[in-house]
Design a protein around this ligand. Structure first.
Ligand SMILES: [Zn+2]
Length: 397
């Protein structure tokens, strides 16, 4: 049976051990500091005699270490656990206990589902209906506990004794009889867990939530720990403050204001559409030289809509030219021009020249053209249409 050094001394990363058995590439050691993974926490990384440990496995005989190379039973080997990776996985696991422990404490109807600690991505699924306000309070408390530098211990107790305390988070019905390992974050949170944890809450530095996904009656919370959490908190803070400035509000009002703004746009969309349709229906051509010219400025319609209307008027008709512009909600003007077949004009040429004269871009072929500019406004669009008329009237085409 392998002696589990990772429980005895969480700060031990170098150790010597004897090989008890070998199966294929796997070495069974008499003792090890390599945590094989479990309880949602990914396994340790590191080397044995300088050779990378590619995987770890636990069975009733102990811990098996998969390594390439030639080893013999009875041989003494030197194990080296990747301390940086261990720090990330243990801090991730402790952060999960603190977050879940606080959530369940704030709302006892919640329970912890699946846990996945695989830095920098960490995730916990919480079962039950969870309010975002509860998430906020839990995160505040987690970061407060980090600043309080609380010791974290891990020890085995009899199941009966641990159950009698009444405050241990555990799925008692699935835990086997016999000793139960209890992880205590000072006297704040006690939980049945076989994982390896940080030694002190201050090792976590900070915890930040990056995503909250609700699916049915459960919610997955993704979180970062340590430096990545500090970076994320700083970045999201600055983005939130900047968004508040752009919305002309304060950070605490963004949640209220944003849906109203988005809702208003959704409400206005069909009205804008109807206004443009009415404008199109009422459109009368002006007779310029040998053709009927339809020229109009629309607002907030798509280029596809403009194109469809322009083609509809010119494709099957004779003697017609269309110049339609639309002013975009975010600024800028798009223009579509089209003409019936058989006219003695070149639409691409006329429009290309005008676009350039007015500081825009665009062009096309004899019967259709497109262009515009991100810099133009409604006055520029109207000016362009007037110039088309003048050009046609003067016969400069
Ligand atoms: Zn755990």
């Amino acid at each position: 049976m392998t002696e589990l050094l990772y429980y005895e001394d969480r700060g031990l990363f170098e150790f010597e051990a004897n090989i008890l058995d070998i199966e294929g590439r796997e070495l069974l050691l008499d003792k090890t500091a390599f945590y094989p993974g479990g309880g949602g926490q990914i396994a340790d990384k590191g080397t044995i005699d300088g050779v990378e440990v590619s995987s770890l496995r636990k069975d009733e005989r102990g811990i098996w270490h998969s390594v390439e190379g030639s080893f013999a039973v009875g041989q003494t080997v030197k194990g080296q656990v990747d301390a940086d990776w261990r720090r990330k996985t243990t801090c991730g696991h402790t952060a999960e206990h603190m977050l879940a422990g606080n959530l369940v404490r704030l709302d006892p109807s919640l329970s912890v589902g699946k846990v996945n600690i695989n830095p920098p991505e960490n995730m916990v699924i919480i079962n039950g209906h969870m309010e975002m306000e509860t998430v906020k309070k839990a995160l505040q408390k987690v970061n407060l506990l980090i600043s309080q530098a609380l010791d974290i211990s891990s020890k085995e107790y009899s199941k009966k004794e641990a159950m009698s305390w009444g405050d241990v988070r555990a799925k008692w019905n699935v835990l086997p009889e016999g000793p139960v390992r209890i992880v205590s974050i000072c006297d704040f949170d006690r939980s049945a867990c076989t994982g390896v944890h940080a030694m002190n809450t201050k090792d976590l530095k900070a915890v930040a939530i990056t995503q909250v996904h609700k699916r049915g009656d459960s919610t997955s919370i993704h979180f970062l720990v340590g430096e990545p959490a500090i970076d994320f908190l700083a970045e999201s803070n600055v983005i939130t403050v900047d968004t508040a400035v752009k919305l002309d509000t304060s950070v605490d009002k963004i949640g209220e204001i944003l849906p109203v703004r988005l809702g208003r746009e959704a409400l206005l969309d069909p009205i804008i559409h109807d206004l443009n349709e009415s404008k199109f229906e009422a459109l009368e051509p002006v007779n310029v030289g040998e053709l009927d010219l339809y020229a109009e400025v629309f607002q907030g319609v798509s280029q596809k809509w403009l194109s469809k209307k322009a083609m509809g008027l010119t494709k099957k008709e004779t003697g017609k030219m269309v110049v339609f512009a639309t002013v975009n909600p975010g600024g800028g003007v798009n223009v579509i021009a089209a003409a019936s077949q058989g006219l003695d004009i070149n639409v691409g040429q006329i429009m290309g020249e005008l676009f350039r004269e007015l500081g825009g871009k665009g062009g096309g072929g004899p019967t259709s053209a497109g262009g515009g500019s991100d810099e133009w406004d409604i006055d520029k669009a109207r000016a362009l249409l007037e110039q088309v008329k003048e050009k046609l009237a003067a016969g400069q085409v």
